[in-house]
Every structure is written in structure tokens, then in C-alpha cells.
Design a protein around this ligand. Structure first.
Ligand SMILES: [Fe+2]
Ligand SMILES: [Fe+2]
Length: 328
């Protein structure tokens, strides 16, 4: 269903409860009675075109053409929406899941596995925070300058700035997948099952929400910013002739295809878990640092675990190392 400004605001929620989050992040308060979308947005000082573009983007799950939706968007309004979403994840969602994990099981250093899983969760939360801080301080600052009619000279283009970030979105999704997998496979059996399942459900819901947020940044927001950028560049060229161009670069990853962990790879895992650097591992195993890196890439591919905290849990659970050898 494609919503228009005359539809009732309450119908949005009845149609798709996920849109509650959108309404809240735009700062539209509940209690809108039978107000239409346009009336409710106007009453809360929200740009109706941007609100509808986001609602229809999420609700259609990418079936509507982004170029058309982006034409209705106010970049400033959409950026405020993204910033409120960042605050929601950092200040509310991630801490609330952490509390639930702690309630579900004794996470003190006494219970080593639970303690390590909590540490893994904290690393994931920090990764999300770093990601969003970068957007607030780099990408959004760049866009703010465009909104003031300036082409920021230090950066070649929005595409260039956002390119590296696109990779970060894939990395976030890999980390959350790993987090769920570790909780499902390794959480201690003496946990409070109901609370643990509840926390896990929250992680699934947050992951979906975060994925939708990243997708919106990569498509609708990116399209709207690029169009603003073209407009500003044209105006600047017509004015004093200043200009800058940028382009995104392609990437490729080399992978190999073997299955089980080799003895050398298990040895590398044990050294990583003991807290050794790649250089130290290379010296201990009489191999080059490059070979250590290759082992680590193969380990990540075979175990689907990419962080030292995750490898520690893997090593303990699979009996590769004793608890007292682990660097906590
Ligand atoms: Fe973001
Ligand atoms: Fe992002």
C-alpha cells in the first residue's frame, strides 16, 4: 500500500507496526486521533513529504523507485530523522538489551562464558557507536555544509565519503549475525531461559531495524544528498566557478575454499586468545606476519567469527585452550 498525505495517521500503525518507530523518530507524538498524515505532521512541525517518503520506502521494502521518493525529501529533515535513530540505538536499544542479558544470566567473572559473551556484546555495541559517531561527525557535517550552499573543499564528494561507509554497513551486519550465533550456540545452560529468549528476540528486532536504517542511508538518503550536491555544485559553478569531482572505487576480495580448521589455524587461534599480536604470533610459529594474516582470514571464514572475544569463546567451548590461559 502506498500512503498519501490524506490517509489517517492511525492507519499507518494498523497496517505495519514497524512504522511506530518511524513516527516516533520523526518526533510525531501519539494521540493524533483521526488526523490525516498531513495534519499530524504539520501539528508536529514535520515535513510531510519526507515523512511519507520514509514511510513508503520502509513499507514497500524497496519496491518503489528511490529516485522518485527522493524528490519528495527534505535532506535536513531526513538527516534529523537519522540522527534521532542513532540516539535511539545508542542510548536506548543497545543498553536495554545489555540489561536483559545481565538479568538472564550471572555475567560476573565467575561465570567465564557468560562474562565473555557480555564482552563480545559490548564490542558489538561499540562498533555500532563508532559507526554512528562517524556518520554524525563526518557525513552529516559534510551534508550540513551542502545545505548552507557550500561545496566542502576538503572532501571530493559525498559518494567518496560514503563509499567506505557502505563497507561498514556489511561489517555491522556480519557482527550482529555473529553475536546471535554465539548466544544461540554457547550461552550457559543455567541461564534464565525466558529472559534469554526475550533478549535474543530483541536482538533480532534490533538487527532488522538497524538493517532498515542502513539501507535507507545507502539508498534514499544517498540519492537525496547526491541530488542536493549536484544542485549546489551547479550553483557554485555558475557563481565563482569553483568545483570538485569524486568517484567511488571498486573493491574485490580474494577468498579460498577449504573446510575444517587445520592444526596451524588452531594454533593461531590459541595465540590470538592469549592476547598475542600478529607479529608475536609470527615469531612464535616461525612464519611471516603475512602468513598469520592469511591464517586469520581463513579462520574467520571457517568459523564465521571475526573478533578476538568471539574466538575466545570458540576456543574455550571447543577445548582448544584452558580458561586460565585466556587473556580476559
Ligand atoms: Fe546511521
Ligand atoms: Fe550507517
Amino acid at each position: 500500500m502506498h500512503f498519501t498525505e490524506s490517509a489517517h495517521m492511525s492507519d499507518l500503525i494498523h497496517d505495519d507496526y514497524r512504522l511506530l518507530q518511524v513516527i516516533s523518530r520523526f518526533g510525531v507524538s501519539l494521540g493524533f486521533g483521526d488526523k490525516s498524515i498531513r495534519e499530524a505532521c504539520t501539528a508536529s512541525g514535520v515535513d510531510t513529504g519526507t515523512f511519507l517518503a520514509v514511510v513508503n520506502f520502509i513499507q514497500s521494502e524497496g519496491r518503489l523507485p528511490v529516485e522518485e521518493l527522493a524528490e519528495e525529501v527534505s535532506v535536513a529533515e531526513l538527516m534529523r530523522y537519522l540522527q534521532r535513530s542513532h540516539s535511539y540505538f545508542i542510548d536506548f536499544r543497545l543498553p536495554s538489551i545489555r540489561r536483559k542479558l545481565i538479568e538472564a544470566v550471572d555475567c560476573s567473572a565467575k561465570n567465564q562464558i557468560a562474562f565473555l559473551i557480555l564482552k563480545f556484546y559490548d564490542e558489538y555495541a561499540s562498533e555500532v557507536q563508532r559507526h554512528m559517531d562517524y556518520e554524525n561527525t563526518h557525513i552529516h557535517t559534510y551534508v550540513e555544509q551542502l545545505l548552507e550552499g557550500k561545496v566542502p573543499g576538503r572532501h571530493a564528494s559525498y559518494s567518496e565519503l560514503a563509499h567506505q561507509h557502505h563497507d561498514n554497513h556489511s561489517s555491522l551486519s556480519k557482527s550482529s549475525h555473529e553475536l546471535k550465533s554465539i548466544i544461540i550456540k554457547y550461552y550457559p545452560s543455567d541461564s534464565d531461559t525466558q529472559r534469554l529468549y526475550d533478549a535474543l528476540m530483541d536482538i533480532y528486532i534490533m538487527e532488522e531495524d538497524l538493517f532498515s536504517h542502513c539501507h535507507l542511508e545507502d539508498t534514499l538518503f544517498a540519492e537525496a544528498v547526491r541530488s542536493l550536491e549536484n544542485e549546489v555544485r551547479c550553483k557554485v559553478r555558475q557563481g565563482d566557478g569553483a568545483s570538485a569531482d569524486g568517484q567511488a572505487a571498486g573493491r574485490s576480495d580474494a577468498t579460498d575454499t577449504s573446510g575444517e580448521l587445520s592444526d596451524r589455524e588452531k594454533e593461531v587461534i590459541c595465540h590470538v586468545v592469549r592476547g598475542l599480536s600478529n607479529k608475536e604470533i609470527a615469531e612464535k610459529m616461525f612464519i611471516s606476519a603475512n602468513t598469520v594474516m592469511t591464517h586469520r582470514r581463513n579462520i574467520a571464514r571457517k568459523t564465521q567469527i571475526h573478533s578476538p572475544a568471539g574466538l575466545t569463546i570458540f576456543a574455550i567451548v571447543n577445548g582448544l585452550i584452558n580458561l586460565d590461559e585466556v587473556k580476559l
